[in-house]
Design a protein around this ligand. Structure first.
Ligand SMILES: NC(=O)c1ccc[n+]([C@@H]2O[C@H](COP(=O)([O-])OP(=O)(O)OC[C@H]3O[C@@H](n4cnc5c(N)ncnc54)[C@H](OP(=O)(O)O)[C@@H]3O)[C@@H](O)[C@H]2O)c1
Length: 262
């Protein structure tokens, strides 16, 4: 995700490349990213954080608080910095407490289509977030897709829906394509038809603002093939399977930051 965000910032020309920096864990990866992105990627978190005013934390959830603590101990954190964390399950209160010094914290939940500028990103402000901080967060993410603001209490649900959702969508595309292949279509054609069909349906929902059920009714001719297909999907419990998938992912998101907190 960190790489996707940096790529988005570079392609949207949000900042000159000389003002963008990154840090990863392994030297080999730092060298590879420095070469591929054309900006300085280091393995020294403190050295990077000391010189910037906005820090995007894209670590695995269980590593976030330890890494913030290490930054504070290294004297790399200063009071007027903004920290934006994309980690699932790590609360703003925990990060504000760990950072101290009055640093502003914003949580963001992007998804992987950010890598091609088609992401969906939700932002939640912290207790010390000022409008100028949110404006910076919008500058970071707006080039990567659609950016919305919500209260932090919804973040686990957002994680289970739009954070995990691309994976659910890939399974739907693959399964629809399997049906086409079963009936004789070449795999590549079937995948293109499935992906573009879901893309078009999604764009119909967004462009018309109509309820998906009403759009579905438009496609179902009485005694036709579409209603027959829908009944087969309903037999398989497609609605509750998808809804329960989001519910399960959201409940698991709540525990993601836990292991290193005690
Ligand atoms: N993947 C998603 O779809 C998605 C969506 C929304 C939010 N998120 C959130 O994004 C965060 C990152 O997920 P990811 O899938 O991008 O993980 P990832 O691919 O494992 O990337 C984690 C990165 O952190 C680096 N890293 C690990 N320990 C470090 C340390 N101590 N100091 C500096 N860098 C360190 C790793 O460097 P090396 O490469 O050198 O090991 C790697 O570049 C998670 O908190 C997740 O909740 C993910």
């Amino acid at each position: 995700m960190g790489e996707a965000i940096l790529k988005g910032l570079l392609s949207a020309k949000v900042s000159p490349p000389s003002r963008l920096h990154g840090a990863v864990r392994s030297e080999a990866r730092a060298k590879e990213l420095t070469r591929s992105l054309g900006i300085e990627i280091s393995t020294d978190n403190a050295a990077i954080v000391r010189q910037v005013d906005t820090v995007v934390i894209a670590l695995k959830p269980q590593a976030v608080l330890g890494a913030l603590r290490a930054l504070v101990e290294a004297g790399a954190v200063h009071a007027d910095q903004l920290f934006i964390s994309i980690a699932a399950g790590v609360s703003i209160a925990e990060m504000e407490e760990t950072l101290g010094k009055g640093c502003a914290v914003i949580r963001a939940m992007p998804n992987t289509p950010c890598a091609i500028g088609r992401g969906t990103i939700v932002l939640a402000p912290g207790s010390r977030t000022k409008p100028r901080h949110l404006a910076i967060a919008h500058r970071v993410f707006d080039g990567l897709g659609l950016t919305l603001e919500l209260e932090e209490k919804h973040f686990n649900t957002v994680t289970g829906l739009s954070g995990s959702g691309p994976a659910f969508g890939y399974i739907m595309i693959e399964a629809l394509a399997d049906g086409g292949v079963m009936m004789g279509l070449p795999r590549q054609v079937a995948t293109t038809l499935a992906a573009r069909t879901l893309l078009g349906a999604a764009e119909m929902v967004l462009a018309t603002g109509r309820h998906p059920a009403s759009l579905k009714d438009d496609v179902t001719t009485p005694a036709g093939c579409t209603i027959g297909g829908i009944l087969a999907l309903e037999d398989g419990g497609i609605r509750s399977t998808l809804a329960r998938g989001v519910e399960r992912a959201a409940r698991l998101a709540a525990d993601l930051g836990r292991p290193t907190k005690d």
